[in-house]
Design a protein around this ligand. Sequence first.
Ligand SMILES: [Zn+2]
Length: 318
Amino acid sequence: MTTQRIFLALILFLLTISCSSSDGSEGSKFVAVMENDSQVELVEAFVQQPNMEVVELPRQVYAGDSFRAVVSSDGGLLGSIKIFDRSTPLLLIANDLLSSQVAVPIEQQSGVVMMELSITGINWRVTEVIAVKILERPVKVDRIYRTQEMIRIATDGTSYAEEADLRRQQAKTYSAHRYTSEFMQIPVVGEVSTFFGDMRAYENGPPSNSHSGVDFAAPKGTRVSASAGGYVIYSATMPVRGTSVVIDHGSGVFSGYHHLSKVYSPVGAWINAGEYIGEVGSTGFSTGPHLHWEVLVYGTPTDPVKWLESGLSLNDLH
Ligand SMILES: [Zn+2]
């Protein structure tokens, strides 16, 4: 018995030396000796190796679209994806599985961009750098003749800044948990008058900004429904987008419904996909009655049509 104990103590001592000489970047195996009354138990535990495997990741994506990244990691607790000078969280969605929805800004230049994926476990961190190709989005230019009210909004020096600040704050309030497994739905009956990403030129000026959503022309009072389930985080009037409803679908995805004449849903209300949330109007920076529909990923506008055409379900987003 005594000989056995000395032997185990010697193993423990040698392994301790081996562990302490490790630089910590590799997993370490250790042995613990436990005593209970009459017997000595040998308990072997394994401290996990840093590990990460890419399960889903596109190698090319259009500017203005978003993509989903999924990685598996045994023991990975949290992580992030750094790309386009910003970081989006990799959220734990199941045992050993982390996921993130990443938006490619519409203004992103085409070409190869490096993306850094990092996963952190209890006592380790692993990072991998992967290339993704950004494809140029074909755009057309719409020439718009503004009303006096639109010129006032554009030139008062505060409306755009106030609204940009408001939207930055909204993006920070995302829920990590996804709320719905439904596909995104078209939110109104109407004809598309402007697509996402189209450039805007005012009066006789040069193209100055790209369209952050999809416009549906529809008569004032036409009812607007939620494109997916979620919680209302905004139900009021923005300086530029006018009377608006913004819904948080979880995991960084939001939808926005703008230039409304009427809103039905207060902040904090749960809304099912297809539930009516307001009526078409022409409030804010608008030439006539229409719905401006946006889908934002962590505050970055993405092409709403892609959320319909691709069959991408919110069930796929985490
Ligand atoms: Zn619009």
